[in-house]
Ligand binder design. Structure first.
Ligand code: KG4
Ligand code: ZN
Length: 344
């Protein structure tokens, strides 16, 4: 079974073709980053227009480049939510029209389910497992019991970890998206700045990043107004590196703390030796966070699994794969109603 995946929920237009043996024939992403960079974040109207402008030609050229004939496709899977309504509308309309012309079914896929199941595309792992999904739009811990059977253990009460990276990077004068920029400059740090660890005194799996953001903001503004910075008008590269490093460590520590509670609950429910924790979403590309969580998992007799970087950030292979998982489990839905905010 060969399936075309289409993803357009945020600032990437992505298409992929995979089959049920996990063979990836094509995995193409057109990133709009340069369109949004000027604004330090994604502008929904610009995103929607860009999806509309390129989705047809991008799909056509990507399939041609990989010698894939549309008639080889058995189904289409498209993100129907959550995400930015304009982008979702473009992707779903395109997918629906193409499926109609090819006379094949078109399935609506939850973007978060794509992230949560993607680890089974990259790795051979069985249900159940824990997922920490940390992206620009979401931060949550889920128990994945089976296809379509997810239990939300905790989630952010305000902002996401990815957004925190992006906003702090902006304050530090780094480019958008902030996560990769923070990771690059953090390696030059020489001092750790103490930062708060929100909610870590609570026995649950929730997150909160808004207080952390404000605390760093205050520290950055205090640094900017000191004598040295005032003459130069900006923070020194050393200070930027120190803030970047400290934020990265801090977020890794918050993740470990929240996962301690998640593991306790998961172990109580399933009692599995060596349970798996999958770290997914854009923030999962961060190598320092991966390493710290891998060390954490070892100390807890658990195993950390991360998809390769191209499957951590938004992509269409994960949407196609979620389609295959749903079809195989006999519960794929052809309901293509758009759900900009639907949880898993
Ligand atoms: O999953 P994703 O591509 O899109 C959403 O669904 O939101 O995640 C994008 C987020 C951005 O906030 C970006 O700054 C963050 O992932 N990110 C990173 C890294 N690479 C991307 N955060 C930390 N370190 C990275 N290396
Ligand atoms: Zn995502």
């Amino acid at each position: 079974m060969k399936i075309l995946g289409i993803e357009s929920s945020c600032d990437e237009t992505a298409i992929a073709v995979i089959d049920d043996t996990k063979k990836i024939y094509c995995d193409a992403v057109f990133s709009q980053i340069n369109l949004h960079q000027l604004y330090g974040g994604v502008v929904p109207e610009i995103a929607a227009r860009s999806h509309l402008e390129i989705i047809h030609d991008f799909t056509k050229t990507s399939l041609e480049r990989h010698d894939i004939d549309l008639n080889q496709l058995d189904a289409i899977a498209v993100t129907s939510g959550p995400g930015l309504i304009g982008g979702l509308m473009v992707g779903v309309n395109f997918a629906q029209t193409l499926a109609h012309l090819l006379n094949i079914p078109c399935y609506g896929i939850n973007h978060l389910e794509g992230h949560a199941l993607c680890v089974r595309l990259s790795h051979d792992i069985a249900f159940p497992y824990l997922v920490l999904l940390a992206s620009g739009g979401h931060c949550q811990i889920l128990a994945v019991r089976n296809v379509g059977d997810y239990v939300l253990y905790g989630q952010t009460l305000d902002d996401s970890a990815g957004e925190t990276f992006d906003k702090i990077a902006h304050l530090l004068g780094l480019a958008y998206p902030g996560g990769p920029e923070i990771e690059k400059i953090a390696q030059y740090a020489d001092t750790v700045i103490e930062l708060p660890l929100p909610l870590t005194n609570q026995q649950n799996c929730n997150f909160s990043f808004s207080g952390l953001k404000s605390a760093i903001r205050r520290k950055i503004l205090a640094e900017k107004s000191d004598a040295e910075s005032m003459t130069k008008g900006v923070l020194s590269q050393q200070k930027i590196a120190n803030f970047a490093f400290s934020l990265q460590q801090n977020i890794a520590d918050i993740f470990s703390n929240r996962l301690t509670h998640a593991l306790a609950r998961f172990n109580e429910e399933f009692n599995i030796t060596n349970p798996i924790i999958a770290l997914v979403g854009g923030v999962a590309s961060n190598k320092v966070i991966r390493q710290k969580l891998s060390d954490f998992c070892k100390s807890e007799q658990a195993r950390l699994v991360c998809p390769p970087q191209n499957l951590c950030t938004d992509n269409a292979a994960m949407i196609a794969w979620a389609g295959i998982e749903r079809i195989t489990a006999n519960n794929a839905s052809t309901d293509l109603t758009l759900y900009p905010r639907n949880p898993l």
